[in-house]
Design a protein around this ligand. Sequence first.
Ligand SMILES: *[C@@H]1O[C@H](CO)[C@@H](O)[C@H](O)[C@H]1NC(C)=O
Ligand SMILES: *[C@@H]1O[C@H](CO)[C@@H](O)[C@H](O)[C@H]1NC(C)=O
Ligand SMILES: *[C@@H]1O[C@H](CO)[C@@H](O)[C@H](O)[C@H]1NC(C)=O
Ligand SMILES: *[C@@H]1O[C@H](CO)[C@@H](O)[C@H](O)[C@H]1NC(C)=O
Ligand SMILES: *[C@@H]1O[C@H](CO)[C@@H](O)[C@H](O)[C@H]1NC(C)=O
Length: 669
Amino acid sequence: MRPSASLRTSVILVVALASASHVSAQTFQRLGTCPTLGCVFPPDQTDFLAGQLFDIRLEVHAPVNGTEAFNGGVVNEQFSFCVQRGREACQDVTKFFKIKDSVLEKWNFTYYEDLFAKDAGTPVLVNVASKAYRALSLTKSGPYAAKLTYNGRSTTIANWFVREPATRRKAKNVLLFIGDGMTQSMITAARLIAHKSVNGKYQSLMQMDQMDNLGHQMTHSVDSFITDSANSATALYTGKKSTVNALNVYADSSKNSLDDPKVETIAELFRRRIGGALGIVSTAFIADATPAALCAHTRDRGQYAAVVTEYLNNATTVNATFAWPTSCQGPDVIFGGGAEQFIAGPGSPGGVDYYKAFQAQGYNVVNSKTQLLAAGNKAKTLGIFSVSNMAKWIDRNVLKDNLKNQKNSPTGDGTDAVDQPGLKEMTLKAIDILQSRSKKNQGWFMMSEAASIDKMMHVLDYDRALGELLELDDTIRESIAHLKKIGEYENTLIVVTADHGHGFDVFGGADTKYLAAQTDDRKKRAAIGVYTNSGLSGYTVAEGSLPNNNTIVYGAEGPNFPVQWNPRYAFAAGFGANPDHRETYALNTNGPRVPAVNSANGVVVNPTDNVDGFNVGGTIGVDETQGVHSLQDVSVFANGPGSEAFRGVYNSVDIFFKIADALALGRTS
Ligand SMILES: *[C@@H]1O[C@H](CO)[C@@H](O)[C@H](O)[C@H]1NC(C)=O
Ligand SMILES: *[C@@H]1O[C@H](CO)[C@@H](O)[C@H](O)[C@H]1NC(C)=O
Ligand SMILES: *[C@@H]1O[C@H](CO)[C@@H](O)[C@H](O)[C@H]1NC(C)=O
Ligand SMILES: *[C@@H]1O[C@H](CO)[C@@H](O)[C@H](O)[C@H]1NC(C)=O
Ligand SMILES: *[C@@H]1O[C@H](CO)[C@@H](O)[C@H](O)[C@H]1NC(C)=O
């Protein structure tokens, strides 16, 4: 049980209001998580699972110039830090955690106070004194206050809360599906094109529509209200809000992006506490943020080599200076794209053949759908199926010629990766391997990500994005059926959610033939039918097989994919945040769309994209070639033991606590 908000604040120290002027900034911040000159990480409002490991980082800032200039930029190194539980006395951090004091670190950094300062090229210079304390934990539940005293009498107080952990494990297995960037409007659009409707009434439903419990989660991050996939995954997997680009750390101001204060992930906890089997599946390159966030710790999600090093080893092997005594211990299953981190070369750790590094630690390595389906279930398995992100459902199933001339074979031999599995094949195989590798009652945890819902929404390729969403839904349906077949359905908590949204929606129908036939932009827009003229879905629903007779096995609800992806009467859709581009509403038959390109004057319409379309003016900065994420809450669907907890409206970080409680990962001693 969580105490009410009022109970939680009542036992907490009264915050001194004498803190330094609060500079609220938008485009640039001195350090987002630190509005004053004294910084405490984990910051105020952090909740912990009992026993979850975390680092503490303290920073004292002395800006040399700018509106916050302090003491001529001379940083006062005499700061102290104490921690108190409830109303107990505040004890020095070394006494409270029974640890040695750490060494004082010093550095400096610069930042722009606003866009005027950037135009003028006058950054503020900030000197910093800092200490870090590593791999600590709090086991007793209830409120804590952590107090940094700096510059004489200034204080920064972080109110922390350790949630009462569940004592009884409800779920043996957890299957977490993430539709990256997936919003309810996308689910509605996918349902419209793939499920038959008669007089406004659907004859079949999405699998997501049929889940037992529905909730909404709020995705804001610690220092910005729009998230990226790194900090949103950090929230989902650690229960901690973080900063854009950060994976399982709080972003500090130091130069080294690997020394930032870490937090333990659900995957690390599951390994350390239970020792169950762990699976990571994604249609993205496997070092991308959503899969990476299960195991990696860095402020910079772009450190791909460090990410795959942490899959295989741990954060200590990435930089032994910041020892971290927990890890994913080599997941049992890793399936996705991203061969560039495994083929010996500039992208792989140390430039070595990283397939071999995995093989040396007992992994079976597979590089195609054929090899995947033929693989045994006993060994740890690394499946890398393409360079970069994997091919999209539409290209794998409908427009197969688009797989050619990509030179993206995961072996690095320059051929095309034409034999790629989909999310469904990867997820079903992963279930079998995890099931065979999990010992007795330890169970398994898997994250399966439909990554290219997001990637295709970014490039305004709505058809491909919805194809990915329908593949996710098909994967969920088949996974449920498979779990029932192997007798694990009743033991498995299934959670389906997203990490953030995109401002996508459908607002009508479009006569693509009429639109293409007009030469004037304003006349082209007459092809868009709104309200009653939106008409009915032109995307015919299959009665049992796809036109190219491939071997997709459909669920009981029917085919669940459209047969006609490029109807004359297509849906007309738009985006809340887009670069300059042209719109035709027709399927991009040559592969994923590129709506806008860089030019000497910034980003402009791609001259080869949608040549028959009309121009849509950009709504974001002219350095953005793609649409960007949006604010909205995202849905959470859940079935199975512990799934009732996912009802209602809550924060992204609560997903971590709900899953941790279903697995009883918290420990009070
Ligand atoms: C910033 O710190 C570095 C060493 O940490 C030092 O060499 C450099 O002079 C400092 N820069 C400024 C502008 O003070
Ligand atoms: C602050 O000082 C630095 C170093 O002297 C200088 O480069 C910068 O332009 C100054 N910024 C402002 C806002 O005055
Ligand atoms: C590890 O961190 C220390 C301290 O920041 C740094 O000096 C060292 O270069 C780092 N090593 C690597 C391999 O990044
Ligand atoms: C980290 O990895 C190294 C190298 O594989 C290993 O020796 C060490 O035991 C690992 N530590 C943890 C905490 O997993
Ligand atoms: C595809 O399947 C349909 C229905 O079973 C059949 O009529 C058609 O001949 C098949 N097409 C090909 C190319 O095999």
